[in-house]
Write a protein that binds this ligand. Structure first.
Ligand code: G3I
Length: 336
């Protein structure tokens, strides 16, 4: 008996179990009725070995974002030496499931391989151009949207002192967008930022930057608001903030939504979390956002519990892939 129980537990841990279908209309269908894509960050290793995870991704979402697999350190760990395999696996699954893929991310100060940090200005510019061209070129059939530049601004509204900013100056942003556009003129190109949901020093600077890019004719299509939230909730001026970016003729998307809780969460916390998730959906719909992406959909696979001690339970499903109040709140907010 004991052996049987242990064997069964191992089977489930390895992902041999079928996904228990979630009740109600899938989020991707509800999103389609409202004209938006509903997406999730995914991990290639989990997709590969966990059938329940894989089936839920296919059933519930119309778009996926590789959580780490397209980042510079993962995809070009040494100069000119590209490893597309893990990201290719995600792209292939997405093709089979009829999903869009958001490319994340081409130019970011984090998850950057050491060799990039050692380059002088000329070499860095050449390496950035080559990186963007090769990655976009590899995926031009399958990836229609890119986070070209990620998180270039500090909370105080300055340009972040990244290797790109220090060696290339603030013009690296326009340069990256122009290079991306030349590599795939049909791709939608986004600037993605964290903590810019409310009207604050960071989002004001973001606004000025994208306004100037548009005025200079730089090919930028949209702004991604990440929305890594907690029980403090969303800034009251989130919708107003996104509207001013829409006013510049840009698309907006929510790109990395989650709502972190203190562990273990109480029932009241889970209900409060559900209300915040519903508000994220409503905010997105209020500004006719293009897409709403969750940064993972199960508490068993979320960066919050992996990187922030004492916090977690940030997603729609628990670690056993069972729906939490947040899941039903998102369904209802999407009209389900
Ligand atoms: O790849 C190594 C692996 O070789 C090693 O064995 C393992 C041991 O810790 O680490 C692996 O790297 C981890 C990587 O994820 C891939 O799994 C890093 O430690 C870990 O720090 C990294 O975390 C990611 C984080 O970005 C890095 O900054 C998270 O999974 C990912 O969710 C998070 O995503 C970012 C978005 O890209 C941008 N916006 C903020 C968001 C949250 O930080």
């Amino acid at each position: 008996m004991f052996v049987l129980v242990v064997a069964a537990a191992g089977y489930i841990a390895r992902g041999g179990a079928d996904a228990k279908p979630l009740p109600g209309t899938p989020l991707r269908d509800l999103g389609a009725q409202r004209g938006i894509e509903v997406g999730t960050a995914v991990r290639s290793d989990v997709l590969k070995r966990n059938r329940a995870y894989r089936e839920l991704v296919a059933a519930q979402f119309s778009s996926v974002t590789p959580e780490n697999e397209m980042k510079w350190a993962a995809i070009e760990p040494s100069r000119g030496d590209f490893d597309f395999d893990p990201a290719d696996e995600i792209v292939e699954q997405a093709r089979d499931a009829g999903q869009k893929v958001r490319g994340h991310t081409l130019v970011w100060h984090a998850q950057l391989p050491g060799w990039v940090k050692d380059l002088g200005p000329q070499e860095l510019r050449a390496a950035m151009h080559e990186h963007i061209r090769r990655v976009i070129g590899h995926y031009d059939e399958d990836v229609g949207i890119w986070d070209v530049v990620n998180e270039p601004i500090t909370d105080r509204g300055g340009l972040r002192e990244s290797v790109f900013e220090r060696r290339l100056g603030p013009g690296f942003i326009a340069d990256a967008f122009r290079t991306a556009h030349a590599a795939d003129p049909d791709a939608k190109l986004y600037l993605n930022e964290i903590g810019a949901e409310g009207i604050n020093a960071k989002s004001n600077r973001l606004y000025e930057i994208v306004r100037d890019l548009k005025a200079e004719g730089v090919p930028i299509d949209g702004v991604g608001f990440q929305v890594h939230a907690n029980l403090k909730g969303l800034p009251p001026d989130f919708v107003e903030n996104m509207r001013r970016f829409r006013g510049l003729g840009l698309d907006v998307a929510i790109t990395e939504a989650d709502v972190a809780l203190k562990l273990p969460p109480s029932d009241a916390d889970l209900q409060a979390q559900a209300r915040i998730y519903a508000e994220i959906v409503r905010s997105c719909l209020a500004v006719e956002c293009r897409s709403l992406t969750f940064w993972g959909f199960t508490d068993g696979r979320s960066w919050i519990s992996e990187t922030q001690a004492g916090r977690g339970a940030a997603t729609l499903l628990d670690e056993h892939l069972r729906p939490k109040p947040a899941f039903f709140a998102v369904q209802r907010a999407l009209g389900g």
